[in-house]
Design a protein around this ligand. Structure first.
Ligand code: PRP
Ligand code: URA
Length: 214
C-alpha cells in the first residue's frame, strides 16, 4: 500500500509498518513483542514525520578535504509523550533522534466520560522555538490528543506534529477540526469506535498491552 495523504493526515503505507502492526493487533502477542514492535514502528513513522525538516549548510573537514555538507537547522526537536502509552512510541523516536528533548504529558481517559484527566506536565520552556512532535499510539475520540496539543500551544509551541499508531475516523475528524494546523502521521485508520470508545478492530488498550496491566 502506498502512503496516503489527505486533510493534513498521512497514513504510512510501508510493508514493514503493516506487517508489524498486524502482529501487534493479535490478542496473543506477548507484552515483550508488543513493546518491541511499537518501538520499531515508531522509528519508521518518525522517518516520515521528519522528512521535511529544514537543513543548513555547514563547513566540515573529511579525512580527505574540506567540503560543505548539510545538517538539521535550528534547535533540537522536542518529542512530547502522552503518558503512559506515548512512551512506547517515544523510545523508537529517540532511537532515530537521540538528541531530541522530551516533554511528558500525563493524561488518562476517564472510562465513563471519555474525557482526559491531567496528572502531570513537564516540558522544555522554549517550545516556541522548536518543532514539537506529540506522540500517543491511539487516537480514539481524540479527546486526549486535543487536550495535549492545547496544553503544548498554551506553553508557546507553534510548530507541532502528531504521531500515532492507530486512529478511528471519528478521532481524525475531531482532531483536525480542533487543530487544523497540526499534521498527523499514523500507520492505519481503522473502522470505528465502539460504545466504550475503543478503536475497532484496533489492538485493545495500548498502555495495558505495553506494560502488562489490566
Ligand atoms: C489511551 C491512549 C490515549 C487515549 C486515547 O490512554 O494511549 O492517550 O487512551 O483515547 P482518546 O483518543 O479517546 O482520548 P489511556 O487513557 O488509556 O491511558 P494510559 O496510556 O495510561 O493507559
Ligand atoms: N485507548 C486505547 O488504548 N485503545 C483504544 O482502542 C482506545 C483508547
Amino acid at each position: 500500500m502506498a502512503d496516503k495523504t489527505y486533510d493534513g493526515v498521512m497514513v504510512i503505507g510501508h510493508p514493514l509498518v503493516e506487517h508489524k502492526l498486524t502482529i501487534m493487533r493479535k490478542k496473543d502477542t506477548s507484552t515483550r513483542t508488543f513493546r518491541q514492535l511499537l518501538r520499531e514502528i515508531a522509528a519508521l513513522i518518525c522517518y516520515e514525520a521528519t522528512r521535511d525538516l529544514p537543513l543548513e549548510e555547514v563547513e566540515i573537514e573529511t579525512p580527505l578535504t574540506k567540503t560543505t555538507a548539510r545538517k538539521l537547522a535550528g534547535k533540537k526537536l522536542v518529542f512530547a509523550s502522552i503518558l503512559r502509552a506515548g512512551n512506547g512510541l517515544l523510545e523508537g523516536m529517540l532511537d532515530l533522534v537521540p538528541s531530541a528533548r522530551v516533554a511528558h504529558i500525563g493524561l488518562y481517559r476517564d472510562p465513563e466520560t471519555l474525557q482526559p484527566v491531567e496528572y502531570y506536565f513537564k516540558a522544555p520552556d522554549d517550545l516556541s522555538e522548536r518543532t514539537v512532535i506529540c506522540v500517543d499510539p491511539m487516537l480514539a475520540t481524540a479527546n486526549s490528543a486535543v487536550a495535549a496539543v492545547d496544553r503544548l500551544k498554551g506553553r508557546g509551541a507553534r510548530d507541532i506534529r502528531f504521531v500515532c499508531l492507530l486512529a478511528a475516523p471519528e478521532g481524525v475528524e475531531r482532531f483536525h477540526k480542533a487543530h487544523p494546523d497540526v499534521p498527523v502521521f499514523m500507520a492505519a485508520i481503522d473502522s470505528h469506535l465502539n460504545d466504550h470508545g475503543y478503536i475497532v478492530p484496533g489492538l485493545g488498550d495500548a498502555g495495558d498491552r505495553m506494560y502488562g496491566t489490566k
